[in-house]
Design a protein around this ligand. Structure first.
Ligand code: ZN
Length: 153
């Protein structure tokens, strides 16, 4: 499996997540998948529906899933994943992320550190666990890993 994400999509994610800081924000990733080659070319921003704690949780309304699926069908795209931010926390999936994860999707997690995107990683669910997936982008350099933050709960 190879995954690539368009630089304009990464820029769009960055702008969205930085503007939502210090809250968590999220959205859908869409594109095409031909055999084992996955190309992310579109994003859909989603309102964070969490009423609990928007700094540490994100919740996507089922209606937003439906709208994203409809958009994908209309545009001949596939819903390929979800992106979300970890404000001031490492780009490592939380227990909550694992609980709501589903197979097939790429989960892009982005550290927003003091309002700036400093890390981007992607994960896939395999046998009930997240494994980090490598991805490429036509944008260089990618935000570098920041290991100074303490893990998300
Ligand atoms: Zn998370």
């Amino acid at each position: 499996m190879s995954t690539s994400i368009d630089k304009d999509i990464l820029s769009g994610i960055e702008a969205h997540l930085e503007s939502a800081y210090p809250n968590e924000a999220c959205g859908f990733l869409l594109g095409t998948q031909v055999q084992k080659k996955r190309d992310i070319t579109h994003l859909i921003k989603v309102d964070n529906q969490s009423s609990e704690n928007q700094r540490r949780r994100f919740v996507i309304d089922p209606l937003d899933y439906l709208k994203a699926e409809r958009f994908a069908t209309k545009e001949g795209l596939t819903l390929l994943g979800i992106y979300h931010s970890h404000p001031d926390h490492p780009a490592i999936p939380s227990v909550h992320d694992l609980e709501f994860a589903q197979p097939f999707f790429s989960y892009f997690i982005h550290t927003i550190s003091e309002g700036k995107m400093t890390d981007t990683r992607s994960y896939r669910l395999l046998d009930g666990k997240f494994i980090e997936e490598k991805f490429t982008s036509n944008q260089y350099p990618l935000p570098s890993h920041n290991s100074q933050l303490t893990p998300h709960d």
